[in-house]
Design a protein around this ligand. Structure first.
Ligand code: UD1
Length: 428
């Protein structure tokens, strides 16, 4: 098997040393006997995608899918909520994929520093600058996917400034530096949390309900609706950081047509890569449903508290649009290629990434019990502050404009999580 082309610059400030001199493009030229467009799509010519937070839960799955899709990837991750070993696992899985396909493993590099460390960031970006024959410089980084952010709702209520500093100020400085280097294709991790209390209204959650400039659209019944830009009843600072970042990016795109910006509003990502080698392995105490279910399965928690059994749903427990993290990761690749092909409807565009179908907390527990053949003790508890009864995406915009749709089910997610537990030696 070809050894993975992987470098790890370790601590911030260490000089970067690129690994390997040949690129997927140079390698492919000797094999080329097909159509040029196809070739360019499969081998994005010595180009790199910069991924911040690329070793976290969603970031690691996206990094893997990018490598599988033949993109060279440069990860910035300060390891504050992830582990260095994840890099080796991503590399191993991607190498296996390329070995099976008979294709060349792209490059993967880690820069272990905070994305807000502007000195380290500039030094990294300088490594990827190339001089054109006309004396102008251009970056080999053709797109950025920005995951690095804080995401714990409760913590954001206790320490709002920490969240505004990292998520909002961090984004402003980051985008400003990228702009200085002419890197202007940007995919932003947003969240369904921007819909705030709209989720309780029972309205289908479509992108047009939360906009950054006034928009008119036709509702399902054909009537025209005008939506003013603004906030939608967001219930916590974390959610507000996501909304503010979207607003800032929308303004940036409006000010400069060279920017192409996509904000992806995630619904509830669950599951893990089917290999069971990548999973949700946060350093912090989990509060999301599936990580807590996993803690119960491994005996670390005695039972799952079901927050709210009196919602207006079929079984009384809350309903969410649970999306398999691999589907979600592939949504980023779809967004990136749509943006880079110049096919976005506008140079700032929001997309829901969800399945369009809801499952209740009870259904999740039942599915996991069936798949794992384990009993998951539960206890009915009162509603969690800030929760909503139902939150399900309208997924038609991403299906139509990104040519992306989910393929995996709740059962797939539970099966994959069981493999992760088995491989990690956590299943009892
Ligand atoms: C949460 C965040 C949201 C964030 C999303 C990312 C809150 C209030 N919202 O959404 O901002 O974008 O994660 O993944 O934290 N549940 C239980 N028992 C548990 C844990 C959860 O019953 O131990 C229930 C919750 O009450 C909720 C459902 O499971 O009804 C889903 O919860 P969770 O996974 O935390 O996601 P969200 O609350 O939808």
């Amino acid at each position: 098997m070809e050894s993975p082309r992987l470098s790890d610059t370790g601590t911030p400030g260490e000089p970067y040393s690129p690994v390997g001199v040949d690129t997927p493009a140079t390698q492919s030229s000797v094999l080329f006997d097909g159509n040029l467009e196809e070739l360019l799509r499969n081998f994005p010519l010595d180009q790199y995608i910069l991924v911040t937070g690329g070793l976290g839960f969603i970031g690691s799955h996206t990094t893997l899918e990018l490598l599988k899709a033949n993109y060279n990837v440069v990860v910035i991750d300060d390891l504050s909520n992830s582990f260095r070993e994840v890099l080796d696992r991503i590399s191993l899985l991607a190498s296996k994929h390329h070995e099976l396909q008979g294709t060349k493993m792209p490059e993967l590099h880690l820069h272990a520093h905070d994305f807000r460390d502007t000195v380290a960031l500039k030094s990294l970006l300088e490594q990827y600058q190339v001089e054109s024959r006309w004396g102008t410089s251009k970056s080999k980084i053709s797109g950025v996917i920005h995951f690095a952010a804080y995401k714990a709702v409760e913590e954001s209520i206790r320490s709002p400034l920490k969240y505004y500093a990292n998520n909002v100020s961090g984004l402003i400085d980051f985008a400003s530096t990228l702009g200085d280097f002419g890197i202007k294709t940007f995919i932003f991790s947003s969240s369904a949390t921007v819909y705030g209390t709209l989720a309780t209204s029972g309205l289908p959650l479509r992108e047009e309900l939360c906009v950054h400039k006034q928009e008119a659209f036709h509702d399902d019944d054909g009537s025209e609706r005008a939506i003013q830009s603004g906030c939608t009843g967001i219930t916590n600072p974390y959610g507000r950081t996501k909304w503010m970042c979207e607003a800032i990016l929308a303004d940036l795109a409006a000010s400069d047509p060279e920017w192409t910006i996509v904000a992806l509003r995630y619904f509830n990502p669950i599951g893990c890569d089917e290999s069971g080698l990548l999973g949700e392995d946060p350093r912090q105490v989990p509060t999301n449903l599936l990580p807590v279910v996993v803690k119960v399965m491994t005996g670390q928690y005695s039972e799952l508290q079901m927050f709210g059994t009196d919602w207006e749903t079929a079984d009384g427990t809350a309903v969410r649009d649970f999306i398999h993290v691999t589907d979600l990761a592939r949504g980023h690749i779809a967004a990136l290629s749509t943006a880079n092909e110049g096919k976005l409807v506008e140079n700032f565009r929001t997309f829901n990434l969800g399945t369009g179908r809801g499952h209740s907390v009870m259904e999740v527990v039942d599915t996991m019990e069936r798949v794992s053949s384990k009993r998951i003790p539960t206890k009915a508890s009162s509603r969690r502050a800030g929760d909503v009864g139902s939150c399900v995406a309208v997924a038609s915009r991403s299906q139509a404009e990104l040519q992306w749709r989910t393929e995996k089910t709740l059962t797939d997610a539970c099966v994959n999580l069981c493999s992760f537990l088995e491989i990690s030696g956590l299943s009892s």
